[in-house]
Design a protein around this ligand. Structure first.
Ligand SMILES: [Ca+2]
Length: 508
C-alpha cells in the first residue's frame, strides 16, 4: 500500500478542523469533532520519548520497549456514550512506517488502567494501536455500585466505542481507513474480543482471544469455590511448598504419557493422578499431604458441580498446581468476590465463605450474565464478514480453567457444523505448561499477531505456532503449538528443546 503520504492527508484532515492552526496532522486531531467524543490531547511523541505513568496497573512495562519506539502521534480522548460514561482511550499512530492496519488491545480483570505496554508493542510493529481503561479507574468492581451505565461500558460498550472512534481518528490522520483491524487481548481481553465477535461482528477482521474470561459469572463462582475447598478446615489448606510436592508427584506420574519426558504434560486430559498416593502415612512430613489436603486436591480436580450434578465451570488441569495459590489462598480472589459484593448483592461485606453452587450461581447469572458473559456460540456473522479467530489458553492457567476455552470452542464448532468447517475460521491453541496469558514451565512466547495477519491477509491458516521458553532472558526451549484437537508429538530423535523435532497430530 502506498496511499500514505503527509501531503495527501492534510486535505481530508483539514476539512474536519473547526479552526485550523496550521500545525502538524497530529496537532490538528485535537480539534477533531466526533459524537460523544472529547479529544483531550493530540501530541507528536519523539522517537523513544514516551515515559509511561508511575503506576501503570497490571501490565509489565519495559523501559527499553518505550525507548525503542519510533515517533508517533499520541491521542487521548474521553468517550461519553451515556451521561454516566467516562471512558478514556488512547490511540497511538506511527508517524511513518504505518502497516496500514489497526490493532486494539484488551484488558485484564476489572481493568481500570491503560495498557501502555501493549500500546507500545503495537506501535513498534507499525500498527495504529488503541487501548481503553473501559470507563473507570482502578482494578476493583466498586465502580459498578450505583453505576449501571459504567458496568455496561466495562462489559462491552467501551471497547466498541473505542473501536469506532479509533477508526475515525486513523482515517483523519492518515487519510485512509485501516486496511485491516485486529483485536489482541487475553483474560478480560479475551472476553472483550469474543464479545466483539458476537455483538459487533463488523468491528474486526481478526481477533486473538487468549484465556477468555468469557463466562465471567461462572468463572467467578469457580474462583470463590477453589478458595472454599482450600479453606474447608485449617488442615485442608495447601501452602506453596505442599503445592510443589503435589506438582512434582503429578509430573512424575504423567510426564511420559505424551511420549516425551520433558517435565510437561502435553495432553493433561490423559493424566488421572490420584493424590491419595502421596498422603502422609501418619505424621505430616514435608514430602506428603495431610488427609484433609488430599480431599481438597481431589475436590479441586473434580471441579464444582451444582446440586443436580452439572458442571458449574471447568477446573484446574493436572500440571497447573504451582499456580493454585492465586485463587486458593486464605482469602478468595477479590476479582471474583467483587462480582458478588458490588454487582450481584451490592453488599461490600458479602462473605465469600457463604457462597453455594445453587442459588448464588442463579443469582450471579440473573444479575449480569447477559451483560457480561460472551458465550454465544454463533460467530457466523463474524466469519461471514471474513473474520478469523485465534483462541489460545495455557494448560497451567492459574486464573481461568483451561477447559473453559475447550467448552467455548466446542460450542462454536457445533454451531458451524463440525471441526472441518470451523477450522476455516477459528483455531484453538492449548499451550502446555503455560500459565495465565503467559509465563510458566512450558514454552509460552509466541507471535499470534503475525499468525492472525497471515490468516486474514493471505488466507494462510495457522497450522502451528512456534513458542519459546526463556530462562534469564535466554531461550532454552522451542516447541510448536498445535491447533486443537492436535497434540504436539516428539519425532523420537534430536533435542527435546528444539521445535524442529516435534510435529502436530491428532492423538489416537
Ligand atoms: Ca511430557
Amino acid at each position: 500500500m502506498t496511499k500514505f503520504s503527509f501531503a495527501a492527508l492534510l486535505l481530508p484532515a483539514a476539512s474536519l478542523i473547526a479552526a485550523p492552526t496550521g500545525g502538524s496532522p497530529c496537532d490538528s486531531l485535537s480539534k477533531l469533532s466526533l459524537p460523544n467524543v472529547t479529544v483531550n490531547s493530540a501530541q507528536t511523541i519523539a522517537a523513544g520519548g514516551f515515559t509511561p505513568p508511575a503506576s501503570p496497573g497490571p501490565f509489565q512495562l519495559s523501559p527499553a520497549l518505550f525507548k525503542s519506539l519510533p515517533e508517533f502521534c499520541r491521542v487521548t480522548a474521553t468517550l461519553t456514550p451515556s451521561s454516566d460514561s467516562d471512558i478514556k482511550i488512547e490511540v497511538w499512530l506511527p508517524s511513518s512506517g504505518w502497516n496500514n492496519d489497526f490493532q486494539a488491545i484488551g484488558n485484564g480483570g476489572w481493568n481500570g488502567t491503560m495498557g501502555y505496554g501493549p500500546l507500545a508493542e503495537g506501535v513498534k510493529r507499525g500498527f495504529a494501536t488503541a487501548g481503553t481503561d473501559t470507563g473507570h479507574q482502578g482494578g476493583s468492581a466498586s465502580f459498578a455500585l450505583g453505576h449501571p451505565e459504567k458496568l455496561t461500558d466495562f462489559a462491552y460498550r467501551a471497547v466498541h466505542e473505542m473501536t469506532v472512534t479509533s477508526k475515525a481518528i486513523i482515517k483523519n490522520f492518515y487519510g485512509s481507513a485501516p486496511r485491516y483491524s485486529y483485536w489482541n487481548g487475553c483474560s478480560t481481553g479475551g472476553r472483550q474480543g469474543l464479545k466483539e465477535a458476537q455483538k459487533f461482528p463488523a468491528d474486526f477482521d481478526g481477533i486473538v482471544a487468549g484465556a477468555p474470561a468469557n463466562y465471567q459469572t461462572h468463572l467467578h463462582v469457580w474462583s470463590v469455590w477453589v478458595a472454599q475447598q482450600m479453606n474447608k478446615s485449617p488442615d485442608s489448606f495447601l501452602p506453596p511448598d505442599k503445592l510443589a510436592v503435589l506438582h512434582k508427584a503429578v509430573v512424575a506420574a504423567c510426564d511420559a504419557q505424551d511420549g516425551v519426558k520433558d517435565g510437561l504434560l502435553n495432553d493433561p486430559t490423559k493424566c488421572h493422578f490420584d493424590p491419595k498416593t502421596i498422603e502422609c502415612k501418619g505424621e505430616d512430613l514435608p514430602n506428603c499431604l495431610k488427609p484433609a489436603q488430599v480431599e481438597a486436591v481431589k475436590a479441586i480436580y473434580a471441579g464444582p458441580k451444582n446440586p443436580s450434578g452439572k458442571e458449574v465451570f471447568p477446573t484446574y488441569a493436572p500440571g497447573s498446581e504451582l499456580g493454585w495459590s492465586l485463587l486458593g489462598g486464605q482469602q478468595a480472589s477479590a476479582v471474583a468476590t467483587d462480582s458478588f459484593a458490588y454487582v450481584v448483592y451490592k453488599n461490600p461485606q458479602w462473605d465469600w465463605k457463604t457462597m453455594n453452587l445453587d442459588s448464588d450461581v442463579a443469582a450471579i447469572e440473573k444479575s449480569y450474565g447477559n451483560l457480561i458473559d460472551a458465550t454465544d456460540p454463533n460467530l457466523k456473522p463474524f466469519f461471514a464478514h471474513k473474520g478469523k479467530l485465534i483462541l489460545y489458553h495455557g494448560w497451567s492457567d492459574q486464573a481461568i480453567a483451561p477447559g473453559n476455552s475447550l467448552n467455548y470452542y466446542a460450542s462454536v464448532v457445533k454451531n458451524m457444523g463440525g471441526e472441518k468447517k470451523a477450522s476455516n475460521d477459528v483455531r484453538l491453541f492449548m499451550v502446555p505448561g503455560m500459565g495465565h496469558c503467559g509465563g510458566g514451565e512450558g514454552p509460552n512466547d509466541f507471535d499470534r499477531m503475525t499468525a492472525i495477519q497471515q490468516w486474514v491477509e493471505q488466507g494462510k491458516a495457522p497450522e502451528q505456532m512456534i513458542a519459546s521458553h526463556s530462562e534469564k532472558g535466554a531461550v532454552d526451549r522451542t516447541r510448536p503449538l498445535c491447533p486443537y484437537p492436535q497434540i504436539v508429538r516428539y519425532k523420537g530423535t534430536g533435542s527435546i528443546d528444539d521445535a524442529a523435532n516435534f510435529s502436530c497430530a491428532v492423538p489416537k
